[in-house]
Ligand binder design. Structure first.
Ligand code: NAD
Length: 505
């Protein structure tokens, strides 16, 4: 007979959950499950089944659905921007700008996938002249996307849009600071593509959920976040030989030449360094100014910066820090710079508190200070006097990071030349961050900033594997890859090669 213990209803543990909060008020926004490895596995299983259907649609079929998704987002920009403002803290207008870029990237990815990835003929060359050769780029299957909180739509969608357009299903783990925005993106997909809602799924949680996604059997991980976390992601992916895309942090430099439009350069440095509270991977953190322009530039920059103020109401230049612990890093960098002989011409330690971080401009900071070497991720700039742009470029390039950057000069030719020599994945001349707005250009870094590319043709190919096919059109009288080939055949082949290639032309 069953004991009383056995007859008791089974105690089901409530699922572990977490809340996302409004960084301005601390008010909860929504509650989300902390998915463990088992839950992540179930989501990936669903997505694997959907990936087969998605792939079978081909480029044209997928493009119809991707355009529906794009329209769904475009029609609800304000709704999504409100949510971004509440959960990430950035001003509504900045959130709108972020979403408009995503809409453009979705349009580009869906419109260009066939041309970039579809089958294309390749010359067969001398040794296989009797064959037709072709290459095509096939989807991987399921791509796991692990995202950060600072651009909670633009950043992950740089992988998601391109992975979907390339024919993959996607499982998205948003940052634990912005899960409601992730939920919104996935729900919008389900509304736009109800017949294929499992093609784009969500998993929520913290580091352990991300690590579980790496070990879940996905075919690739697209990671965006800090280099320190990137190393852990690579470690987890290495266990299963899962390929990775690494979009990590930056310490971008802006060069100002003696002949530059200093108002434009100062305006750009402030926007690129301080919009979004400086929480921008491609944000300017270091400015190198030619000696002849330095004093005037610092004067203009200082006057402009004093007009900026953080807050959460209308007209705020940027919002509260999304991740409270970042404030400690900003404070440490500013304090270290001041202790090592730097000066704050705007702000300083007093402009940093838990509820908001005001603008800080540091000068005379030694190049080995934390504020110059590490990613600060706050509304701070170091401004350094250099003899000329050669010295500026050498200092800009002396960094472990290499994500973006900018050059301001009257001479476009000189600007482009400096941009090409800057050790970074992307550089804009006489503007900032413009490369991120051009869907046809690749986005990604070097060194500690990561590897692999999102956006553009490279961003589509990133989520594929190349497939080579040859098909014999007619048989040659002599088959070189046969045990039956005549003895003299290889000697004739060698002679032929010598005749064609041996004259070093
Ligand atoms: P983070 O590295 O702390 O976290 C990123 C994501 O990784 C989060 O979703 C987190 O939950 C997850 N994660 C944490 N530990 C993990 C683990 N062990 N295994 C798997 N996943 C794990 O970064 P963050 O603070 O969210 O974002 C800020 C960073 O992102 C900055 O360094 C910024 O420069 C960078 N970033 C880079 C780009 C780019 O395109 N290069 C864009 C935006 C942000």
């Amino acid at each position: 007979m069953a004991s009383i213990e056995q007859l008791r209803p089974l105690q089901v543990e409530p699922p572990v959950t977490f809340d996302s909060v409004d960084p301005a008020t601390g008010a909860p926004i929504a509650t989300f499950p902390v998915d463990d490895a088992e839950a992540v596995g179930r989501i990936v299983d669903r997505s694997e089944a959907a990936a087969v259907w998605w792939r079978s649609l081909g480029f044209d079929g997928r493009s119809v659905h991707l355009r529906r998704y794009k329209s769904e987002i475009a029609r609800r920009i304000d709704e999504l921007a409100d949510l971004i403002h509440r959960e990430n803290g950035k001003p509504h207008g900045d959130a709108v700008l972020e979403i408009t870029l995503v809409v453009d990237h979705l349009a580009w990815a869906s419109g260009h996938a066939k041309k970039v990835l579809g089958p294309r003929r390749v010359r067969s060359g001398l040794m296989a002249a009797n064959n037709a050769s072709s290459i095509e780029y096939q989807p991987l299957g399921v791509v796991g996307v692990i995202g950060p909180w600072n651009y909670p739509v633009f950043t992950p969608m740089g992988s998601i849009a391109y992975a979907l357009a390339a024919g993959n299903a996607v499982v998205f783990k948003p940052s634990e600071y912005t899960p409601a925005i992730g939920r919104w993106l996935v729900d919008a997909w389900a509304r736009a593509v109800p017949e294929g809602k499992d093609v784009f799924l969500l998993t929520t949680g913290h580091a352990a959920t991300g690590a579980a996604l790496c070990r879940s059997g996905v075919d690739k991980i697209a990671f965006t976040g800090s280099a320190a976390t990137g190393r852990k992601v690579m470690g987890a992916c290495a266990e299963g030989l899962v390929p990775v895309l690494m979009e990590c942090g930056g310490k971008d430099a802006l060069l100002v030449d003696a002949d530059a439009d200093l108002h434009a350069a100062a305006d750009a440095a402030l926007w690129c360094g301080m919009s979004n509270g400086g929480q921008t991977c491609i944000g300017t953190e270091r400015v190198y100014v030619a000696d002849a322009a330095y004093d005037r530039f610092v004067g203009i920059l200082t006057t402009m910066a004093k007009e900026l103020a953080p807050g959460s109401g209308e007209g705020a230049s940027w919002g509260p820090p999304t991740m409270p612990s970042q404030v400690d890093t900003i404070r440490r960098h500013v304090s270290d710079a001041l202790a090592r002989g730097g000066h704050a011409v705007v702000g300083g330690e007093s402009s940093i508190d838990g509820s908001g971080v005001g603008p800080t401009i540091l000068v005379d900071v030694p190049e080995d200070a934390d504020a110059v070497r590490e990613e600060t991720f706050g509304p701070t700039l170091t401004v350094t006097r250099v003899k000329d742009m050669e010295e500026g470029l050498a200092l800009a390039n002396d960094s472990d990071y290499g994500l973006g950057g900018a050059v301001f000069t009257r001479s476009r030719k000189r600007g482009i030349e400096l941009a090409r020599r800057m050790r970074s994945g992307m550089t804009s001349v006489n503007s900032i961050m413009t490369f991120a707005m051009v869907p046809g250009l690749p986005f990604g870094g070097v060194g500690e900033s990561g590897f692999g590319r999102i956006h553009g043709p490279d961003g589509l190919r990133e989520f594929t594997r190349s497939k080579a096919v040859t098909s014999q059109r007619f048989a040659l009288p002599v088959n070189l890859t046969s045990f039956g080939r005549p003895e003299r055949a290889t000697a004739v082949a060698a002679k032929l090669m010598g005749a064609v290639h041996g004259r070093n032309r």
